[in-house]
Design a protein around this ligand. Structure first.
Ligand SMILES: Nc1ncnc2c1ncn2[C@@H]1O[C@H](COP(=O)(O)OP(=O)(O)OP(=O)(O)O)[C@@H](O)[C@H]1O
Ligand SMILES: [Mg+2]
Length: 233
């Protein structure tokens, strides 16, 4: 589905990603963990095309898309749930979903409302009247409206209360069952570990750990060094 190979990404002269490689197989959930400022969003931006890598390659569904404009990648089946949600504040829930309509497939407004009944109840409300959790659901629903095959999610649980973190985890598990491939950026290790097939830890623009979630959960050294999780032993 997605193949990222030796990607180097810069902002001006700042060299942010130093040779990142990873892949996402069809139907797989792959999580990227790492502390603030380690390059997680830059990696997502490199994949979707807002910050194309200066070196390396991004392949999507068999095409080398490294130089493609973001809209072409979206047309081909990528969708982004951006960090900080970024819904259209002055549009209603319904309008936010409507403007994102695209592609062909199973996702339409009825199915998004079935996944998020709360959004159906609030269909006529302006997005800026929604709670943080509801805005996150709307951001996910909006991405689904384009009928993607690969969903890129950048810290979907940021700033959410524990109950809503679990709700986002439930939704990701349901999307995986529906067959979507997901590249998930998270700082919430338990949530990411509960839904991911594989995890990578990003530190200063490099992948410093790759493995199964259970192995990472058991690795006190990696958790304390790179994720700021206090050792319990
Ligand atoms: N537009 C930009 N111009 C210059 N430097 C940037 C820009 N955006 C991010 N950076 C820098 O790039 C590095 C990686 O940032 P990035 O946003 O990818 O981190 P992150 O892992 O997503 O962090 P967070 O968890 O806080 O979202 C940081 O040092 C940051 O200051
Ligand atoms: Mg970020």
């Amino acid at each position: 589905m997605l193949d990222v190979s030796d990607v180097h990404t810069y902002y001006g002269d700042s060299h942010i990603l130093h040779g990142v490689s990873l892949d996402v197989a069809p139907g797989e959930v792959v999580a990227i963990l790492g502390r603030n400022g380690m390059g997680k969003t830059t990696l997502i931006r490199s994949v979707v095309g807002f910050s194309p890598p200066r070196r390396g390659r991004v392949s999507f569904k068999g095409n080398d898309v490294t130089a493609w404009a973001p809209f072409r990648r979206v047309e081909r089946g990528m969708a982004l749930v951006p960090q900080g949600r970024r819904v259209f504040a002055s549009l209603s829930v319904r309008e936010n979903l409507d403007v994102a309509r695209g592609g062909t497939g199973r996702w339409d407004m009825a199915r998004v409302y079935a996944l998020f009944p709360r959004l159906a109840e609030r269909a006529q409300n302006r997005a800026n009247k929604l709670s943080g959790g509801e805005q996150q659901m709307l951001a996910i629903g909006r991405a689904l409206m384009s009928n993607p095959e690969l969903l890129l999610m950048d810290e979907p649980t940021e700033g959410l209360a524990p109950l809503l973190v679990r709700e986002v985890g439930r939704v990701i598990a349901e999307l995986k069952r529906a067959g979507l491939s997901i590249l998930l950026v998270e700082q919430n290790l338990p949530m990411a570990a509960s839904v991911a097939d594989r995890v990578h830890v990003l530190n200063r623009g490099q992948i410093v750990y790759s493995g199964r979630p259970a192995a990472l959960l058991a690795d006190e050294d990696v958790k304390s060094r790179y994720l700021g999780v206090a050792s319990t032993t």
